[in-house]
Write a protein that binds this ligand. Structure first.
Ligand SMILES: NC(=O)c1ccc[n+]([C@@H]2O[C@H](COP(=O)([O-])OP(=O)(O)OC[C@H]3O[C@@H](n4cnc5c(N)ncnc54)[C@H](OP(=O)(O)O)[C@@H]3O)[C@@H](O)[C@H]2O)c1
Length: 235
């Protein structure tokens, strides 16, 4: 008979750094012809990941894929979404809602990674916008009820990502989401890129701060002429 004490024994806690093997997953990048999407596609493909660049125009996607090499493929956004296991959203904030609404069916069941930073710019510099839903990631969650939405890769420099001379990008990638296993998959994806560490950073209701921090990083970059990233200490 099981004693009350043994049945109440705490479950062994999982090591938070124990992440799944994601090397066999195909990663699609919506808006992958742009600076951020192209940079992420390049880094992931260089690490051996199968990557499909998405675009509103198949020819533009194919051209970007040909330029990147490393087995990167190109497709129109909807096909890119359908053929991928993980889909990174790397379109401008202006086109975010419209793009996701149109791809709802293609993104059904997919692990979506939103890296969009809603920012405004004026003569004082960059500032955070306040989306009605709370954040770009929460807008994605609202528009894609049948997808698994996470948020990550907000603080990366597209310049560093795309520079073939840069071997390692020393930075942490804050990953947010509602389902721990989905976050771990995205953390593992970040860690495919040398120098990067994927760190769980909470639920999507706290994505706004993470997206907004880019306005501060832009100020840092202007002041110090740098491509600053983020490191979290004591973990
Ligand atoms: N740049 C960075 O360093 C950086 C870093 C972290 C996060 N981000 C985030 O990543 C996202 C992309 O940034 P980016 O600098 O790569 O932007 P971008 O170059 O302006 O746009 C990316 C791609 O999105 C597509 N696109 C443009 N307007 C669109 C619209 N209205 N609707 C749908 N698709 C549209 C275009 O591809 P097609 O014309 O081929 O469809 C374009 O090449 C942004 O939301 C940004 O906040 C950027």
């Amino acid at each position: 008979m099981t004693s009350p004490a043994s049945s109440a024994a705490p479950k062994p806690t999982k090591d938070p750094w124990d992440l799944p093997d994601v090397s066999g997953l195909t990663v699609g990048v919506l808006g992958g012809t742009g600076d951020q999407g192209r940079g992420l596609a390049y880094r992931l493909a260089r690490a051996g990941q199968q990557v499909i660049i998405g675009s509103r125009a198949a020819e533009r996607a194919q051209q970007a894929a040909d330029e990147l090499g490393h087995g990167v493929e190109g497709a129109e956004n909807a096909e890119c979404a359908r053929r991928s296991d993980i889909v990174i959203v790397a379109v401008p904030w202006d086109g975010h809602a419209k793009t996701l609404e149109a791809l709802r069916e293609d993104l059904r069941g997919k692990l979506v990674v939103d890296c969009v930073n809603p920012l405004g710019f004026d003569k004082k510099g960059a500032y955070a916008l306040k989306p009605e839903e709370g954040s770009a990631a929460q807008q994605a969650e609202a528009l894609l009820p049948e997808s698994r939405v996470t948020a990550a890769f907000h603080h990366l420099s597209a310049v560093l990502l795309s520079d073939p001379e840069v071997e390692e990008i020393e930075t942490d990638v804050m990953v947010l989401g509602e389902v721990r296993a989905d976050c771990e998959t995205v953390q593992a994806l970040a860690e495919r890129i040398p120098g990067m560490r994927g760190v769980f950073a909470g639920r999507l209701r706290n994505a706004h701060q993470v997206e907004s921090l880019v306005a501060n990083l832009i100020s840092v970059n202007r002041r110090y002429k740098a491509h600053a990233g983020v490191r979290l200490t004591d973990i």
